[in-house]
Design a protein around this ligand. Structure first.
Ligand code: PRP
Ligand code: URA
Length: 212
């Protein structure tokens, strides 16, 4: 894992292999969905490395021993709708008791500014570690708005997880929220004139839900 300040590029070979299939325009909706889920599981494994542990005692069939369990705040996964939904199950595979908060945002096709249409958080979101998930970090507008929402709810421990990030999006999030760590599997070249990540994988929401 490379670390540039707060930006973690998760370059595990399994992740890179799965990402190579995800990018292929011939990949079916079914396989795309499955790969997003698998990639999310692998990314979650890396992004939760710093979770605190507490020592407890258990009795094995042979002896009493001290073991480590997850301690501290509970987790919340916060997908940015729609495409972020595709990442939720893969993370819940590893952390089945995590709560899920939803933020509905879409990009205005002209201005590329995020437009909010839905928001529903667990009641105790302020007391949880939150991981915002969205496959694509393009201009960064959606991620910046989502982080702002969570901060507004009182969240103090927030991470952002994207499968592919554009340099522009990383820069914008770092400027707006320098305290928030970003985890991604690849930083691509640039955005095109329509705000799409190049080479990217196209429209993640459309490819997950088969809407194009
Ligand atoms: C996509 C993507 C992000 C956003 C990234 O969502 O899933 O949420 O664009 O772009 P940004 O960094 O420039 O904000 P989109 O608006 O296409 O909505 P969808 O998930 O409903 O398809
Ligand atoms: N949203 C996507 O789904 N893909 C991009 O390349 C940029 C924003």
């Amino acid at each position: 894992m490379e670390t540039m300040e707060m930006v973690h590029i998760l370059d595990h070979p399994l992740l890179q292999h799965k990402l190579s299939i995800l990018r292929n325009k011939e990949t079916s909706v079914k396989d795309f969905r499955q790969l997003v889920s698998e990639i999310s599981t692998l990314m979650c494994y890396e992004a939760t490395r710093d979770l605190p542990l507490i020592e407890v005692e258990v009795e094995t069939p042979l002896a009493t021993t001290k073991v480590n369990r997850l301690g501290g705040k509970k987790l919340a996964i916060v997908p940015i709708l729609r495409a972020g939904l595709g990442m939720v199950d893969g993370i819940l595979n590893l952390i089945p008791s995590a709560r899920v908060g939803h933020i509905g945002l879409y990009r205005d096709p002209e201005s590329l500014a995020p437009v909010e249409y839905y928001c529903k958080m667990p009641a105790d979101i302020f007391d949880r570690r939150a991981i915002i998930v969205d496959p694509m970090l393009a201009t960064g507008g959606s991620a910046i708005a989502a982080i702002q929402f969570l901060k507004g709810y009182g969240c103090q421990d927030i991470k952002l997880m994207n499968i592919i990030a554009a340099p522009e999006g990383i820069r914008a999030v770092r400027e707006a929220h320098p305290d928030i760590p970003i985890y991604c599997a690849h930083v691509d070249d640039c955005l095109n004139e329509h705000g799409y990540i190049v080479p990217g994988l196209g429209d993640a929401g459309d490819r997950i839900f088969g809407t194009k």
